[in-house]
Design a protein around this ligand. Sequence first.
Ligand code: SF4
Ligand code: SF4
Length: 153
Amino acid sequence: MHNYEKDGILDQKFLKLPSQKQLEKGAAIIECVQKIPCNPCVDSCPTGAISMKDINDLPVMDYDKCIACSKCVGICPGLAIFVVKCKDDKALITLPYEFLPEPIVGKKVQVLDRAGKIVGKGIVKKVVNKDKTFVVTIEVKKDLLMVVRNIKV
Ligand code: SF4
Ligand code: SF4
């Protein structure tokens, strides 16, 4: 098991996860675990799904309010927000990506876990260029929904 304080890699058991129904609808998973003065995620959300007691606190998600629009993904300076959605036996993961070359829709990419280990392949479904951050949606096998958090083009 990873220890974020020691190796900087988050273990998903420390996250409050959405229900199956919420996963089918799509939900933003906020993997922000360090209390730093930051809150653009709160301001970016059109439905008020992300809240914070004060700017030094951790963001709190209301999965019922999330419409999986992904606006929070490209705005987070910590690259800590991912939108996940179940679709039959596949999963769609929307993640921030700040490297080149730009991912191309329809192409296969390698998919990586939180530790940067390659765990399989995915297909690029959508790319939105948000300033210097690409917001990329990939399709992977369903069992990788909470595993994949990066890609290698
Ligand atoms: S995906 Fe959209 S609705 Fe959901 S938390 Fe992010 S900004 Fe809000
Ligand atoms: S914008 Fe990102 S880093 Fe900042 S509080 Fe929100 S989730 Fe955390």
